[in-house]
Design a protein. Sequence first.
Length: 271
Amino acid sequence: MQHAVGAPLPPPQGPGNGPAGWTHQAQHPGHPGPPGPPPAPQGQGWTGPAPHHAPAPVSRETTGHVQLPPGGPVPLPAPPAEPGTGTATLAVLLIGPAGAGKTTVAKLWASRRRVPTAHVSLDDVREWVCSGFADPQAGWNDHSEAQYRLARRTCGFAARNFLANGISCILDDAVFPDRPVVGLGGWKRHVGPGLLPVVLLPGLEIVLERNAARSGNRRLSDEEVARIHGRMAGWYGSGLPIIDNSTYDVETTARVLDDILARSIASPPAW
């Protein structure tokens, strides 16, 4: 489109003197550029464009701003008024050897609850370390123990923060009964006295079969699986509830877990 000599150029399109990303440049040397914004309206009868104003600040209430309470030590939950764990807010630790089905059962139990419930696997958190991951399969040493303790502490932070904000949490870990400082005692310190531990301990042949289906650093040698399973037998007589899920499917195991947790709420195990 052509314009008569001396006729004013049409105003640039879009808000802010042009379309998004548009920057005016002089058309030729000495060109004064586009006119500035019109002066503020003087009195009544103003028919020009409305003057530009900075947008009003948006209230936090319209942006979804939520104050998150900080997590503190988890206390014992109140007994539910209905069968099972009902709507109780819980911190659960599911203990068992590799191949016991801890992660699968924990995920199903968490997903079937009628209240918000999170699942945190210590193995997953340990593997957040990429470069320099200290794989316990290469031998238990200061590095692998330090990374294990760091992961456990991180899981404890997560559990406390979830519960402080009304979300239950189930954690899983292969905790040995003969290492209370590294294992169960550490979990209690990091989560709180309201942590409810349950042991998942199927027969050796079951964990060997399940371990064989694993891949990567989650798969252990048969000798290591047998050694871990043998150490887990120390939980018998410990006072902790134990589920032998050798003949249970995942659904049944999750249901049994919920029943045991309901009893643990009513009468917490001494540990």
